[in-house]
Design a protein around this ligand. Structure first.
Ligand SMILES: *[C@@H]1O[C@H](CO)[C@@H](O)[C@H](O)[C@H]1NC(C)=O
Length: 224
């Protein structure tokens, strides 16, 4: 009985500290050595596909094929421009330019990268308008794919630009950026982060990401 309790405690520690390394990239990284990333332990990569309603990343297809050939679980991301077209229009654009999802066990749901605007932090939107824009995006993505997208953000941006809404905490898995030794405060009512972007550098290019669970959990996220 006692041995069992100790073992259970040890297993619990192992389970709660499980993590799978990965990374995210865009065309800025040029040519990426996906096979070397896989050999070093990475098991997933999130690849920039689109921005706004007209921009497509010129390296998306090369990156997606390279990641697939290396055996990585992979998915696309969309850089939100809430100062541009509607959320649903941007979700449609993303979906038709790499952001789709299929139940093949190695495609992550698309990720909505929503963060500091190039010209103003909240793109000139009120918190209510921002929440409405995000709602429009995630609902359209869900109706196109059957999955809710991942939402990438920071604690500060989410508090400032959405008023810390918890509206998406039970539907959209959280990808939280914080370049520090711990993930810090989780905003928006999410119980935990699904992926932590812990650094804006990575040995093989891009940013370093950590899936908050084991490889089986990552596969479940991909499989829906
Ligand atoms: C935002 O929500 C989180 C819960 O997810 C809470 O811990 C935090 O205190 C909130 N921040 C503010 C500024 O209200």
């Amino acid at each position: 009985m006692k041995a069992f309790t100790v073992l259970a405690a040890a297993l619990h520690i192992a389970a709660s500290s499980a993590a799978v390394p990965g990374f995210d990239i865009s065309h800025y990284q040029g040519t990426v050595n996906f096979a070397a990333a896989y050999s070093s332990g990475a098991r997933f990569v999130i690849i920039k596909a689109t921005e706004g309603s007209t921009y497509t990343d010129p390296k998306f297809s090369d990156n997606y094929v390279g990641a697939t050939n290396a055996g990585l679980i992979r998915g696309g991301y969309h850089f939100a421009r809430p100062d541009g077209a509607s959320g649903s229009a941007q979700a449609q654009f993303f979906h038709s330019h790499g952001g789709g999802w299929s139940a093949d066990g190695r495609t992550l749901p698309g990720m909505l990268d929503i963060e500091y605007g190039p010209t103003s932090t909240c793109y000139g939107l009120s918190t209510t308008a921002m929440v409405n824009w995000i709602t429009d995006f995630v609902n359209e993505y869900h109706s196109l794919t059957g999955r809710y997208p991942l939402i990438y953000t920071t604690n500060d941006w989410w508090r400032t630009c959405t008023g810390n809404t918890s509206k998406f905490s039970t539907t959209c898995p959280l990808v939280l950026a914080r370049y520090a030794s711990s993930v810090g405060t989780i905003p928006g009512g999410w119980p935990y982060q699904t992926i932590w972007q812990s650094s804006d550098s990575y040995t093989y290019g891009g940013d370093s990401d950590t899936f908050n669970g084991d490889l089986a959990g990552l596969k479940r996220l991909a499989s829906g």
